[in-house]
Ligand binder design. Sequence first.
Ligand SMILES: [Zn+2]
Length: 348
Amino acid sequence: MNLALKVGIVRDVRYLEHKPGIVHPESPNRLRSLYRMLDKDFVDRVITIEPEMATLEQLEQVHTPGYVKQILSTAGRDFTTLAPDTPVSANTYIAAWLAAGGCIKAMDALLTDECRVCFAMVRPPGHHALRDRAGGFCIFNNLGVAAKYAIKRHGIKKVLIVDWDIHHGNALQDLFYSDNNVLYLSSHYMGWYPHTGDWEETGEGEGTGYNVNIPVPKELEDNDILHIYRDILTPVVRRFKPELILVAAGFDAHQRDPLGRTRLSEKAYYWLAQLVLQLADAAKGAPLLFSLEGGYDLWALVNSVREVLNVLTFDGRRGRIPLVSTRVGREVVERARQVHAKYGVWTS
Ligand SMILES: [Zn+2]
């Protein structure tokens, strides 16, 4: 079946107003470059979704009122350091409010069938933003807020979060650690910030087995990541049957990235997007939201996101996922299966 997908893109110039400083890697130029690419290559192929601010109530599903107040208190101040790696500028609070709100707006578009797939091209990113603490360039937990909103407002019962950023999404893990309605799956290199996300962090209480961490080696190549995702994500989707799939879409595992840098090329993201889309189709057409996380080399970021959009906006017959098999792939998949076999959430 060929689905002509309607792809919604969340974008807004106010996201450029978050200025963490000229040497900071999470620069407004990231979105500037992506928006330029969109206008050049995808202008007739996507729908623009204009974000609105998240409400206090929506933010406080994830963050403490004191923390939300703290972010608001940075308004109009030239420079505030929320965490050593997370400085903010006078209008950062607007961008942060809109980043969470953009994901909410995308959620409405998805869950009212206005779009089948959305990509929130927002900043600051979110997967390291804890309930009461900024860090790792993140302020509000954009996808966490979106997931809570989908559950509360739209009655969604099962959410899958796929995090392919090279850093572990510690705050997404934290938020849903004891929740069996939200399955968090992350591939990451543990040598980098925030150094969490070990195999044995599998969830707690009712959420035990619903947190799938996949530490990967730094020598990771395109075929490795494809093998790993094909053999782990496929049974996860088949067994968990998500009604909604969120992707913490970081592009810092790219070989050119100054922070992440494994051996991936932009082609890896083409195949990952293809796999996720195919699995969403198999899960009764579960709506799909990609939200931008990391990715700090502008060339790598633009070309990787372009590959994802090539997949999402293509309405012809989709190519088959290559049946690659690698040594790294086999080792990682075997370890994941060993760790999770006792829970049986996706392994049996
Ligand atoms: Zn990252």
